[in-house]
Write a protein that binds this ligand. Structure first.
Ligand SMILES: NC(=O)c1ccc[n+]([C@@H]2O[C@H](COP(=O)([O-])OP(=O)(O)OC[C@H]3O[C@@H](n4cnc5c(N)ncnc54)[C@H](O)[C@@H]3O)[C@@H](O)[C@H]2O)c1
Ligand SMILES: O=C(O)CC[C@@H](O)C(=O)O
Length: 387
């Protein structure tokens, strides 16, 4: 029996994929697996029982990745599962920033009791006029799951699209429209584009990347869209630039006291992935990842451990070792298993940064005593007897 807890509501279509071997618990301290969306896990005590965290979504800045890795807890996310939901919000953001649709709707609400509302509307509408996005330049910073969809869709809306991502994956590059202009220096986007949208993860290296210097380089009247994370942008600098009319609109999905209610800011309450489809996709992917890890020891889509997958186990036993990425680890495992008269029938070892993962299929199930000997090896963070 595996015990799991949900730190946020997770779509039922995902939870329904859990078999009778899974029991939901309320308390994190009793859980082997966590399903989470945006709840912050930074201040939580992570129990020794915890084996895996699955973020039903893309951004993992709410999870202490290194702390988890050091405790042998594998963290997963669901790449691409909510990308279309966000892309559609970005397209809405482009339009809301270009024409004062919200202002017009508000005026109608306020004027609903006017008998001559139809006539008044014809007089008022000039106050809510704007521009079209077709023919304008859009800069997309970050060409991952979301950035590629946004860039491609914008080309179909007649925009001239510039794309920047120095770490673009081969897969993303294959999916990117040939009509997107490849930019190798982000400053070109700042200087040339009428609309700039950011789709990078929040990391130490990206925090505050849209700062005053960047804004100063931008065209007067630029629109900045941020459906990634608020801390990517120096929002105090943006609010000042809005007041100076340097920036025309700041469209963001992350309300906070710096931006809420400020002139020129169009704010939504973190709605990017809040569609039935995205929530279902994320929940199903997250649950499948958790099951494959707990039941088979396979790691797919981890953000703090390497992906490592050997399918189902048809041997007598399988043991998983989560360890530091140091020299001589495998030799020590083979020695412990050999001394216990256990033969390794199949093996896979992968590393990612400071951490590594070794899956061993063996001809005799690994006992608690042998597992304890493996765990006692310096650099080993956790040992799981999977079968
Ligand atoms: N508003 C929402 O509800 C919502 C939903 C999903 C994702 N997000 C946010 O959007 C982010 C992106 O999501 P995704 O699914 O596209 O992720 P992704 O991992 O598929 O893509 C991120 C891309 O950013 C690129 N990148 C990293 N550093 C960069 C830099 N300095 N300059 C340019 N590119 C850089 C990477 O190479 C990668 O291609 C997430 O990390 C998350 O914070 C928000
Ligand atoms: O779970 C959500 O609603 C938001 C998800 C989003 O911010 C993400 O990073 O995937």
């Amino acid at each position: 029996m595996f015990q799991y807890t949900c730190l946020n509501p997770i779509a039922n279509v995902g939870l329904d994929l859990l078999s009778d071997d899974y029991k939901k618990v309320e308390d994190l301290k009793d859980a082997q697996a966590v399903l989470v969306r945006s709840a912050s896990m930074h201040d939580l005590d992570l129990p020794d029982s915890l084996e895996a965290v699955a973020r039903a979504g893309a951004g993992v800045n709410n999870i202490p990745l290194d702390k988890c890795a050091d405790k042998g807890i594998v963290v997963f996310n669901t790449p691409g599962a909510n990308a279309n939901g966000v892309k559609e919000m970005v397209l809405a953001g482009l339009l809301l920033a270009s024409r004062d649709i919200v202002g017009g709707i508000e005026w109608i609400k306020e004027s609903k009791d006017e008998a001559d509302i139809a006539k008044l509307a014809e007089k008022q509408k000039k106050n809510y006029a704007g521009c079209e996005i077709s023919g304008k330049k859009l800069g997309v910073i970050g060409l991952g799951a979301i950035g590629v969809l946004v860039a491609n869709a914008a080309t179909h809306l007649g925009m001239e699209v510039y794309g920047y991502d120095p770490y673009i994956s081969v897969n993303a590059a294959w999916n990117l429209s040939r009509n997107v202009k490849h930019i190798s220096n982000v400053e070109e986007i700042y200087k040339e584009c009428d609309y700039i949208t950011v789709h990078v993860p929040l990391l130490d290296s990206t925090k505050g990347m849209i700062d005053k210097n960047a804004i100063d380089m931008m065209k007067d009247g630029v629109v900045i869209l941020n459906f990634a994370r608020d801390l990517l942008v120096d929002e105090a600098a943006v609010v000042a630039a809005l007041a100076d009319k340097k920036v025309k609109r700041y469209v963001t999905d992350f309300p906070n006291p710096t931006t809420a209610g400020k002139e020129g800011v169009i704010l939504t309450p973190h709605l990017g992935a809040s569609t039935e489809e995205s929530e279902d996709n994320c929940a199903m992917m997250a649950v499948r990842e958790i099951r494959d890890y707990l039941e088979n020891g396979n790691i797919v889509h981890s953000v703090n451990y390497p992906d490592c997958s050997m399918g189902g186990c048809d041997k007598a036993g399988r043991v998983a070792v989560l360890h530091k990425n140091s020299k001589g680890m495998i030799a020590q495992y083979t020695s412990v298993l050999g001394d216990a008269d256990i033969n390794i029938e199949d093996m896979m070892n992968k590393s990612k940064g400071d951490y590594a993962y070794t899956l061993l299929d063996v001809d005799t199930p690994v006992t608690k005593e042998v597992a304890a000997k493996l765990e006692a090896i310096e650099g080993v963070l956790k040992v799981r007897v999977v079968k």
